[in-house]
Design a protein around this ligand. Structure first.
Ligand SMILES: [Zn+2]
Length: 281
């Protein structure tokens, strides 16, 4: 039993290691049923058979391919192929809430819905807070120096911010800035913003999204964070929600592909992260 468990743990760990290039041979793709069976026999006289069955591409993989067209992502046999690296899509493991955050495979990233309509986040809905590190490292860089190579300057309310050009994230942030420029009453929310910083999430062993250069924290003075508002509470505790960031700002970011940390149960209202795969319908 323990042996099996540690083998499973090892396999899962490959997803959080740089590159994740080792390919466990024959990792079985989950047989997904497409749910299209109902159409059988309902359509015309198309010739049957002959066509080889196309392997199903899971929804999360489709979303990635559509959201990051420049990355040239492909999917095959339970692997996401990106930047010459092969990353396991679904490690087949059931994970509790904390483990899913710390040890997310690609499939896990799509198990929660990023809800742009809810007034406040539902209990433990942290859509986007978990990330498959191998995937983000393959796209944005495996270390500070690699990520830094892709950073360019984005003008942001009097600041020159460094933001990644990978996946056109810098252009999306420029669109956010252009749209918000016309609203001087909101300016006080944007001073002293910060972006790239290669580091672990405080108190955890996973890489912060700020490491990849596609994340911005706006002015901390008007921001709220779940641990500040709920000192001493752990990840599973019921906590109270607090936000002072106008939704007008949030909507502009979301329109251009950024998710907002204020939509997480474990809220971080200064935090906006370029994650267009979670905003697609
Ligand atoms: Zn942040």
């Amino acid at each position: 039993m323990n042996k099996i468990l540690s083998a499973i743990t090892l396999l899962a760990l490959t997803c959080t290691l740089d590159g994740c290039e080792s390919k466990p041979a024959g990792t079985p793709a989950k047989q997904e049923t497409s749910g299209t069976g109902a159409t059988v026999g309902t359509t015309s006289a198309e010739p049957k058979a002959a066509e080889p069955e196309k392997p199903d591409i899971p929804d999360g993989a489709r979303r990635l391919m559509a959201a990051y067209p420049d990355a040239g992502i492909t999917y095959s046999d339970n692997r996401i192929i990106v930047g010459g690296e092969s990353i396991i899509y679904d490690d087949g493991q059931r994970k509790d809430f904390v483990r899913q955050l710390d040890d997310s495979d690609v499939e896990d990233m799509f198990t929660m819905t990023y809800d742009t309509e809810a007034a406040t986040p539902g209990y433990l809905n942290d859509a986007g807070r978990g990330r498959c590190e191998a995937l983000f490292k393959a796209m944005y860089g495996h270390n500070a120096a690699e990520v830094a190579r892709h950073l360019v300057t984005v003008k942001w309310f009097g600041q020159n911010l460094r933001f990644t050009s990978v996946n056109g994230a810098n252009r999306q942030l420029e669109k956010v800035a252009a749209e918000l420029e016309g609203k001087p009453e909101l300016r006080r929310f944007f001073g002293q913003s910060s972006t790239f910083y290669w580091r672990k999430v405080r108190g955890a062993n996973r890489q912060s999204a700020h490491s990849y250069g596609m994340t911005i924290d706006i002015n901390v003075a008007n921001s709220d964070y779940w641990q500040w508002a709920n000192p001493g509470k752990d990840e599973l505790a019921k906590i109270s929600y607090k936000n002072r960031i106008p939704m007008e700002i949030v909507r502009v970011f979301e329109k251009h592909g950024f998710i907002w940390g204020g939509r997480w149960y474990h809220f971080d209202t200064m935090h906006f992260e370029y994650r267009p795969e979670l905003l697609q319908r």
